[in-house]
Design a protein around this ligand. Structure first.
Ligand SMILES: Nc1nc2c(ncn2[C@@H]2O[C@H](COP(=O)(O)OP(=O)(O)O)[C@@H](O)[C@H]2O)c(=O)[nH]1
Ligand SMILES: [Mg+2]
Length: 224
């Protein structure tokens, strides 16, 4: 079964090379990087590291990057699609475990959870926000998760085709869960390690942005 690893990237020239090389060395041949209108050399670095590189001419957001990458993977015969971060926060060592339940046909979506591992180094404020998100998923979508907004997932071809991502920005993460619930896609949570470094915290999503996403989720629900 052809596995594609889809990595949306924005201004990640410092990390993307190592991320791509590690995956290819580990035997994953179809690594797709979507350079989302980066202002730096993300595209060049990803390409010379051996990734299939796609580019948006303007910065559209992580959701749009995923849409482009998933469409590419489906058009090129993907059996399983893994979504993965460009900034080095995910670990290739978690790939076999997250792919397995999808490969065996047990589920159509395996969702990474940083809170199912004991060695999580998630900062407390981030943990609070992510747990709050998980609680809202339970209330709004009836989906029982220990983590929210974790970009590490494995999807079967079927699930990737069914899940319709329309949010260009970070809100796509809630949208994916909404779609999983709405379309009755069978899922499981798989423990993964998310590494927090000064680099990832400085570059990553801030708490304000997190609250904006939660707020939109709330509005979306109320207006439905
Ligand atoms: N395509 C795309 N990817 C983005 C954008 N912003 C962030 N990313 C990527 O999405 C991933 C997660 O983003 P990040 O800001 O680190 O979020 P956090 O880890 O949840 O704090 C990283 O691999 C980023 O390179 C964007 O505007 N477009
Ligand atoms: Mg990050």
């Amino acid at each position: 079964m052809k596995i594609f690893i889809v990595i949306p990237a924005y201004n990640e020239e410092n990390k993307i090379g190592k991320v791509v090389k590690e995956l290819i060395t580990a035997g994953y041949k179809n690594v797709v990087v979507i350079d989302d209108g980066s202002k730096d050399n993300t595209f060049k670095v990803a390409k010379s590291a051996g990734a299939i590189t796609l580019r948006h001419v303007i910065n559209r957001g992580q959701g749009a990057g995923l849409q482009t990458g998933i469409t590419y993977a489906l058009n090129n015969g993907a059996g399983i699609i893994v979504t993965y971060d460009a900034d080095g926060q995910h670990s290739k060592n978690d790939l076999p475990a997250i792919i397995k339940p999808v490969r065996l046909g047990q589920v159509d979506a395996a969702l990474g959870s940083r809170f199912r591992k004991t060695d999580s180094n998630t900062p407390p404020i981030r943990k609070l926000f992510l747990k709050g998100g998980a609680l809202l998923f339970r209330i709004f979508y009836g989906v029982n998760l220990s983590d929210s907004h974790n970009g590490f997932r494995a999807l079967s071809r079927n699930a990737a085709k069914k899940i319709n991502i329309t949010s260009d920005d970070m809100a796509h993460a809630s949208e994916i869960i909404d779609e999983i619930s709405r379309k009755n896609i069978k899922y499981v949570e798989v423990p993964v390690t998310i590494t927090y470094t000064d680099y990832s915290l400085a570059k990553g999503q801030n708490t304000l942005n997190g609250f904006k996403i939660l707020w939109r989720m709330l509005l979306d629900q109320l207006l439905k």
